[in-house]
Design a protein. Structure first.
Length: 269
């Protein structure tokens, strides 16, 4: 079973925004100096997708990163959480926050052999420029059953999905047939896990290639960013090492061992 999650990076609130070279703040979304991170809604959607895979419900999880997809740090942060595929679809500056553009171009990344994933998850707000309408727009454009602001998702016996969300007065349970699209709200029950250190180190070795879509093209243009593991990371290719000495000496040796591939990559660059 295939589950996909649409992620939109937001400007990192802990870092100062750079002044655009044009002095026009409307150009800021296209400034490559802007650092991006996942919003709480993105994190919740990704965590639910990973939980479903952990439970054996999903065989594959595909993560599609849109706004800020050119930020390699953001892509590596997503890849460190081990979805099966990481792809990027970076909208042109004029199309940021435009759900119609996203509906046209994201469909090609999600569908496989003209088949939708069994479940598409998206944060209740898709990026800094969304007012909360993107998820509903996508569901309508793609003609998928839709439920908004879900907190939990679990499989139904009939192959569909049961979604739990907090209503105005009471919690409620909704059923959606597959394939379906659901927007996710953040909650302590779906707080994003921390990646394992080995996966963070592995993600730092990944290479990403990106093509920029032509927004003026009448045909659906797809910007695809695929994460590929380097050859040096293949299982069994690196010799095992036994660490000895005190705890401090072993920690130092382990850190040096993990950093060596990245240092070699930077040296060749």
């Amino acid at each position: 079973m295939h589950i996909a999650v649409l992620l939109a990076g937001v400007a990192d609130p802990k870092k100062l925004l750079p002044k655009p070279a044009s002095s026009n703040w409307r150009d800021l979304p296209a400034d490559t100096a802007v650092s991006y991170k996942l919003s709480p809604f993105d994190e919740a959607a990704l965590e639910i997708a990973l939980k479903l895979r952990d439970q054996g419900v999903a065989t594959r999880v595909t993560a599609i990163v849109t706004d800020g997809a050119y930020d390699v740090t953001l892509l590596r942060a997503v890849a460190a959480l081990k979805p099966d595929t990481v792809r990027g679809l970076n909208p042109p500056q004029a199309q940021r926050g435009n759900p119609a553009w996203l509906a046209t171009h994201a469909a090609g990344l999600l569908r496989e052999d003209d088949t939708w994933p069994s479940l598409v998850l998206i944060g209740r707000e898709h990026g800094d420029l969304d007012d909360g309408m993107t998820a509903a727009y996508l569901a309508d454009a793609w003609q998928l059953p839709y439920a908004g602001q879900a907190l939990q998702v679990r499989p139904s016996p009939d192959g569909g999905w049961t979604l739990l969300r907090s209503g105005a007065l009471n919690d409620e349970s909704l059923h959606l047939p597959a394939p379906a699209l659901a927007s996710i709200s953040n909650d302590k029950s779906n707080r994003l896990r921390h990646p394992l250190m080995k996966n963070v180190a592995l993600a730092k070795q990944m290479t990403f290639s990106q093509a920029v879509p032509d927004g003026a093209s009448p045909a659906p243009a797809i910007a695809l960013t695929d994460a590929a593991l380097p050859q040096t990371a293949a299982r069994g290719e690196n010799a095992c090492r036994m660490l000895s000495g005190s705890v401090e000496e072993q920690a130092t040796a382990l850190a040096a061992y993990l950093r060596a591939p990245l240092a070699q990559e930077n040296h060749h660059a």
